[in-house]
Write a protein that binds this ligand. Structure first.
Ligand code: ATP
Ligand code: MG
Length: 294
């Protein structure tokens, strides 16, 4: 490895591994992603309760998700971050005994209204998971999977869509000569970008990401973060992360969740990332971001 390359890696690792210590320490990073101006809400969550059987995992959550911005969800393990994310595209419908109360509006329409098809919701609100989960297929077939299933296009139009999606996921140059090789031949970071390309091929409005970089090394993590910032120019993104530096680096807004005495997850506060990390309104947020619990 060239010397300057190793220096760069060390700097990036240092940036990623700094422990959280005081309010305001992420301020300069947060300023980078701070929104220039408020945008309209792409999604609105209104008085959402979520139950696994009789256990209420989410309690009375109301929150707006602005268009073409990145919203980060942070909070201690078990506070319902993943559950919340999955209520945004009805993934939780697949859990037996799961039940939702309240409303989740996408472009003003309730995705839980009786006449709404959950499969259609998931084409508008795509998801990327913690561990890259490509299908045991070629790179091309992974990206083409959704459009083929929904009979969106074929032939040259499908080729173009695959290329466009791989380009948008910043993967095209690395795979254009091996599109028909197995997706498993890619590195972890490349597989995660492939999963992002697969989600983008459905031309979603919103992209949900549940700790998308936690299984990746620092360099691959930075690539995903750069990609998220680029994608936010066109898409609305909601990301769950345990990494507060990551939230500070990429998110325009940050929502802090906790559990209450009934073990239900609730929203403590949601504000611009700069405010959450420099001047949170709630003492519990300050305690969490300064590492005093969680
Ligand atoms: N399929 C399930 N059935 C029953 N309870 C569940 C199920 N999935 C999650 N839970 C419970 O719901 C609560 C919230 O879990 P969730 O996975 O959403 O938390 P999280 O904030 O994403 O945690 P982590 O940071 O560890 O990923 C926890 O108490 C968990 O045990
Ligand atoms: Mg989780």
């Amino acid at each position: 490895m060239a010397e300057n390359e190793s220096v760069m890696i060390n700097e990036q690792e240092a940036r990623l591994n700094t422990p959280a210590l005081r309010v305001g320490q992420f301020a300069s990073q947060a300023a980078v992603a701070a929104p220039a101006e408020a945008t309209a809400a792409k999604m609105q969550v209104k008085n959402l309760n979520f139950y696994y059987g009789t256990f209420r995992a989410l309690e009375d959550i109301s929150l707006e998700i602005p268009e073409r911005q990145i919203l980060a969800i942070i909070g201690p393990s078990g506070c319902g971050k993943s559950t919340f994310l999955r209520t945004l595209n009805r993934m939780q419908d697949l859990v037996p005994g799961a039940r939702v109360e309240g409303q989740v509006l996408l472009n003003g329409e309730d995705i839980y209204a009786p006449d709404v098809d959950p499969v259609a919701v998931r084409t508008h609100v795509g998801m990327v998971f913690q561990r890259p989960n490509p299908f045991p297929k070629s790179i091309y077939d992974n990206v083409a999977f959704g459009p083929r299933l929904h009979r969106r296009c074929k032939g040259k139009a499908l080729d173009d869509l695959v290329e466009q999606s791989l380009r948008a996921a910043a993967l095209w140059d690395e795979v254009k000569d091996k599109l028909h090789r197995s997706a498993f031949a890619l590195s972890g970071g490349q597989q995660q970008r492939l999963c992002i390309a697969r989600a983008l091929a459905m031309e979603p409005d919103v992209l949900l990401m549940d700790e998308p970089a936690s299984a990746l090394d620092p360099i691959a993590t930075l690539k995903i973060e750069e990609l998220m910032l680029e994608l936010a120019q066109r898409y609305t993104i909601v990301i769950v992360t345990h990494n507060m530096q990551q939230a500070a680096r990429v998110a325009h807004r940050t929502a802090f969740f906790m559990v209450n005495e009934r073990r239900a997850g609730f929203l403590v506060e949601c504000d611009t990332t700069a405010t959450i990390f420099t001047a949170p309104k709630d003492k519990r947020t300050e305690e969490y971001i300064t590492g005093r619990f969680g």
